[in-house]
Design a protein around this ligand. Structure first.
Ligand SMILES: Nc1nc2c(c(=O)[nH]1)N[C@H]1C(S)=C(S)[C@@H](COP(=O)(O)O)O[C@H]1N2
Ligand SMILES: [Mo]
Length: 257
């Protein structure tokens, strides 16, 4: 590394921890008025740092078995309510199918067995939640790039949207958790649809049957209970239009660490 790129890297790290400093507690903060403003400041900061670097950091850090957290906690939804998901739990996800559609040449429905039969990647990474905790876990899953290879994205597909099984409380019409990433993250080698955690099947509390791992970004981007993957040109017409459940509530869309 040249001295110049070292200092850029340091700047990036301090911008990340600055963001983490400001952020404490998803639920409470989204209700206060100053919160979106703080996030905007952080977003501007993090975007300019990324511009300075010219690109996102290429790989998230990977760790060893010795670094694993004793247990990997659950956050947000830990058991989706609703008959459809409950029926899937009862059958051990035997009837679950991942829908992949939108701007693709060949829409597909993939069972858990089919996903498990595809190429797999195992990675030990640190999960950072804006609520102020981190945990290191070992994730196993199919690289999203392999799934996209099957369905063949059309040239105008710009984002990958993850629709989840859990409805978020509060309103009369259920708002389902959702997230989105761009093609740069979608095709990244560490971006996987994980069905395993620490050598076991992914627990329900952590997103069974599959959850996204998108390692260069913060915890809320890692959608759990993924039911459907949709390729789109824009997410303007999905839910609140900001690209994710928490984004619709003021969080930044690009949550680089
Ligand atoms: N479907 C869904 N995905 C989700 C959430 C959620 O509530 N529902 N919470 C997010 C947040 S804020 C974090 S920190 C991580 C928590 O993952 P874990 O439960 O495996 O710790 O999942 C993210 N993905
Ligand atoms: Mo989080």
């Amino acid at each position: 590394m040249t001295p110049a790129s070292k200092s850029k890297r340091r700047l990036l790290l301090s911008a990340g921890s600055l963001g983490a400093l400001f952020l404490t507690g998803c639920d409470r903060l989204s209700e206060t008025e100053w919160f979106p403003k703080v996030l905007r400041t952080h977003e501007t900061l993090s975007r300019s740092v990324h511009q300075l670097l010219g690109s996102r950091p290429s790989m998230a850090q990977e760790f060893t078995e010795a670094d694993l957290s004793p247990s990997f906690r659950s956050n947000g939804t830990s058991m989706p309510e609703g008959d459809e998901y409950q029926a899937l739990v009862k059958s051990g996800f035997a009837n679950w199918q991942l829908e992949v559609d939108g701007l693709v040449e060949m829409p597909a429905r993939l069972s858990l067995a089919e996903l498990r039969a595809m190429p797999r990647r195992t990675q030990i990474t640190r999960h950072d939640c804006v609520e102020g905790w981190s945990a290191i876990g070992k994730w196993t899953g199919v690289p999203l790039s392999n799934v996209l290879g099957l369905v063949k994205p059309k040239a105008n597909a710009r984002y990958v949207v993850f629709h989840c099984a859990d409805a978020m409380g509060g309103s009369l019409t259920p708002e389902y958790y959702y997230e989105s990433i761009d093609m740069d993250d979608a095709l990244h080698s560490q971006t996987i649809l994980a069905y395993g955690l620490n050598g076991n099947d992914l627990p329900i509390a952590n997103g069974a049957p599959i959850r996204l791992r998108v390692e260069r970004q913060l915890g809320y981007k890692h959608a759990k209970y993924v039911m459907r993957i949709e390729l789109v040109e824009s997410f303007a017409n999905i839910a609140g239009g900001k690209g994710g459940y928490w984004e619709d509530n003021g969080y930044q869309w690009y949550a680089g660490i």
